[in-house]
Design a protein around this ligand. Structure first.
Ligand code: NAG
Ligand code: NAG
Ligand code: NAG
Ligand code: NAG
Length: 791
């Protein structure tokens, strides 16, 4: 029996029975330091007392073990175990069912905050919102607002911008809601794309709704009655569900390198050869707000929007020059062709369907773009109807970027990987695929400093927060309920790296919010929506962590697979932890894989990152949630189960408190800090790789495969992105801050984001600005791409 258990069971004389504590290196160091200070004090006291008798006196060492026993207990790092306000359903013994268990959404969640609004500019949330339903609780836990306004503005470019100049009512009368209420809208295929309809939606819809040159104007948007139906349907759904791991990884395939890589962080090129570079789609959401045909389509929906007001101020505010077209999309695509053509797969431009003057339905597309037939192998313009999910499409069209982004994973493609861009983003330097994604390390993510931790239902006050905040707050609340309470940082505003299939899962994990999103035609209509990027990034991180905990607690630690941890199994966990604890505080004990990203990739025959070279974490180092924590103590009785460290009752029956499912749920969700320290300490057993958490290689080969697939599916890298975000205000600023600055090769940025913050309406000034921006663009991306018909 190990030292720990003996101590735990019997305690020491005069010391209360303390569960599972021990001195760690750091505590010893601490004690030694105090001891040294004491020695010095005694020495000087004695020396002063004895005058010049130094030579004749040697201070005695005050060996006082009681000092340690008494005084240092309160300096222990204690793991706080905050209780999640959501109650857990009783866990089942069956491991598969565990992850499948649906946690009942709280009643509160069924009372969505609905807003009645006074008119406000489109992308600044209304000031005069009234909550008609929903909770009055409105404390937001711990929203850190360290961030400048500048960054806030950056998110959530309105998809609709200056489309407000809508005076031609005769045109909007030409808009003809579908007579066929039940007809799914999924088949607006004005497509010279050659995309088969099946690739987007089920074939049954095809004949009925196919819009082709031969059937001009046949297509009509779904009837508004669908919107209510869909919203009602959404209300029946739970807020969140647990998708079982083994189902989520069903489509994952393993080559031969994953075993060694995830278990031991080693890639042996001699055995495994080289890995092929991945291909990545670049997907843009785009709208031409100055196109009157677009405004015509939007008008009736604006008029019906809950944001609309009698005076028409909200609609009028769309006309404010929030957005000017500087031909950004053209140059952004040029920047991709220049700096990422080696791994660029498709370029996809997501647009709205519009109606031509003769009543024909068509798609908005950039004027300068070549005919589809000339470019369709590389670039596709997709209307919402061509990629929205079948149900979601019944609420089209939408003019809300969040709603479109929620569906981005559905665009048809032969690759799983997306780099989601907006047209104000440009690549400033050559990229490698690994700047976005690599097979070894997974999705590349970047975060802002401010984090969100919403522990009560978001309130009216939150709906009024600026820019992206309401969506971060709301999504944080969802993530907290699904994965446990913690601070989660907002994602950076540059291209977002995504896996279609993980993204899809991340949406499906929140059934009600996902479907609710679909019918929000304008941002701010209900105040809150699922924020796709934020959700996808944190979902990935959490699922990776969950896979490790599931693997260790449900599989590895329960070899007899009876769903309970018996005394012998618990002892094995304690001894694992004990071993890891011995290395806690030895910073250099575990090899930091984030220092070896470039080298590892090159060993596998892949290109090293070129711009995102500052990696701060990889999922091979463990869950990102352990990056900045210390775990000098781990109390198994507090963190895992009461009485964990003693054999009481074990011989008499299976004790439900030792159910693996209960313990898994506790560390995965109820007490995330406990789960973090558990993982960290277990990983401390080895210098690299995730092997201490994996199922046994031979005895549990099948489960090990499931876990390896999950680790592959949810793998990720956190970087400090090499990116420059600038608010564009005037010509002089663009000259100095961008043209002059970027002329210096040293100061070039991997990615550039130019946010339109122009307030001037003086034509002369605007012209000067336009010329300056054109100069900037042409200096960096002067060569036309193969997609341009003219320039
Ligand atoms: C697996 O792939 C099939 C076919 O593409 C798809 O229908 C299914 O939803 C996928 N399953 C998961 C869990 O991603
Ligand atoms: C707007 O609302 C009216 C009244 O409910 C309805 O008849 C009409 O179809 C709606 N139009 C759109 C585009 O939603
Ligand atoms: C946007 O629409 C306007 C008006 O139809 C047109 O003049 C302009 O060229 C369009 N912009 C692009 C990039 O297609
Ligand atoms: C616009 O700005 C220019 C130069 O800044 C100035 O000369 C001109 O008078 C301004 N025009 C108006 C209408 O304000």
């Amino acid at each position: 029996m190990s030292y720990l258990q003996q101590k735990t069971r019997h305690g020491r004389r005069g010391v209360p029975l303390l569960p599972f504590t021990r001195y760690t290196r750091s505590r010893r160091r601490q004690s030694l330091a105090i001891f040294a200070i004491l020695c010095t004090l005694v020495y000087w006291t004695v020396r002063v007392g004895l005058g010049d008798s130094r030579d004749r006196f040697t201070p005695s060492v005050p060996a006082t073990p009681n000092f340690f026993a008494g005084g240092s207990e309160d300096r222990l790092v204690t793991i706080q175990t905050s209780r999640d306000p959501i109650t857990v359903q009783k866990p089942t013994a069956e491991e598969e069912q565990l992850t499948a268990a649906i946690v009942k959404p709280s009643d509160i969640s069924k009372a969505p905050v609905e807003l009645q609004t006074k008119p406000q500019p489109y992308d600044v949330l209304p000031n005069a919102v009234q909550v008609t339903r929903g909770s009055s609780v409105n404390d937001i836990g711990d929203v850190e607002e360290q961030q400048s306004l500048v960054e806030d503005v950056s998110e959530l470019q309105p998809v609709v911008a200056d489309g407000g100049r809508l005076t031609d009512l005769s045109r909007s009368q030409a808009f003809n809601p579908s007579e066929n209420l039940d007809s799914p809208s999924s088949s607006l295929v004005a497509s010279s794309l050659g995309l088969s309809q099946e690739s987007v939606h089920p074939a049954e819809d095809q004949d009925q709704n196919m819009l082709s040159a031969a059937q001009p104007g046949r297509y009509a948007f779904p009837a508004p009655s669908n919107f209510d139906r869909l919203n009602r349907l959404a209300d029946e759904l739970p807020d969140f569900v647990h998708i079982p791991l083994h189902m989520a990884v069903k489509n994952e395939t393993l080559d031969d390198w994953e075993e060694e890589w995830f278990a031991h962080a080693q890639y042996d090129a001699a055995t495994h050869g080289k890995i092929n570079e991945p291909k990545i789609d670049f997907v843009y959401t785009w709208v031409n707000g100055s196109d009157t045909r677009f405004a015509d389509v939007m008008r009736p929906y604006e008029q019906n929007s809950s944001l609309n007001d009698d005076a028409g101020e909200w609609i009028a505010s769309h006309g404010v020059n929030r957005y000017r077209d500087w031909d950004e999309l053209r140059y952004s695509i040029r920047s991709v062709e220049k700096h990422a053509s080696s791994f660029r797969n498709n370029i996809q431009i997501l647009v709205n369907a519009i109606q031509d003057a003769d009543g024909t339905m068509t798609k908005q597309r950039p004027m300068w773009l070549k005919e589809d037939s000339a470019i369709q192998d590389d670039l596709q313009v997709l209307s919402q109807e061509e990629f929205f999910g079948e149900e979601e499409a019944k609420c089209l069209p939408t003019f809300n970027s969040l709603t479109i982004e929620n569906q981005i994973h559905n665009t048809p493609s032969d690759t799983d990987r997306i780099f989601a861009m907006s047209d104000d983003m440009f690549l400033g330097k050559p990229h490698a695929a690994s700047d976005v994604y690599s097979p070894l390390f997974g999705t590349v993510m970047g975060f802002k400093p401010n984090s969100y931790n919403t522990i009560v239902p978001p309130s009216e006050k939150d709906a009024l927060r600026f820019g992206e905040k309401p969506y971060l707050i709301y999504t944080s609340w969802m993530l907290n309920r699904r994965f446990g309470t913690r601070k989660r940082k907002g994602q950076v505003h540059f291209g977002h790296s995504l896996s279609r299939s993980v993204y899809k899962e991340a949406m499906e994990a929140f059934p009600r919010p996902s479907l609710k999103s679909a019918c929000q035609k304008f941002r701010g209509e209900t105040g809150f929506q699922l924020y796709s990027w934020y959700n996808a990034f944190h979902y990935t991180i959490e699922r990776h962590r969950e896979a490790l905990l599931w693997s260790y607690l449900m599989i590895r630690s329960d070899p007899d697979r009876d769903g309970y941890l018996n005394w012998q199994e618990r002892q094995a966990i304690i001894s694992d932890l004990e071993e890891g604890l011995a290395n806690e505080g030895r910073n250099s004990f575990r090899k930091r894989m984030y220092y070896y990203v470039a080298k590892s990739l090159e060993d596998a025959g892949l290109e090293a990152p070129k711009v995102n070279v500052e990696t701060t974490w990889t999922s091979l180092d463990g869950p990102a949630t352990i990056a900045n924590i210390d775990c000098f103590e781990f109390n198994v009785n507090e963190c895992l189960a009461p009485g964990f460290s003693s054999p009481t009752w074990d011989d008499r029956s299976d004790n439900p408190v030792f159910s693996t499912a209960a313990i898994f749920d506790r560390v995965a969700r109820q007490d995330p800090q406990c789960g973090d320290c558990l993982t960290k300490l277990l990983l401390n057993r080895v210098e690299q790789g995730l092997s201490p958490l994996l199922p046994h290689r031979e005895k549990d080969a099948e489960h090990r495969e499931t876990v390896l697939k999950a680790l592959k599916r949810y793998s990720y890298v956190v970087v400090e992105p090499d990116a420059l975000f600038t608010m564009v205000t005037d010509a002089e600023q663009v000259q100095v801050r961008l043209i002059d600055r970027l002329a210096d090769p040293e100061k070039q940025a991997g990615q550039l984001c130019l946010n339109d913050d122009v307030t001037a309406d003086n034509e002369t000034e605007l012209l000067a600005l336009r010329e300056t921006i054109a100069r900037l663009f042409n200096e960096h991306w002067g060569t036309p791409s193969k997609f341009e018909a003219w320039w």
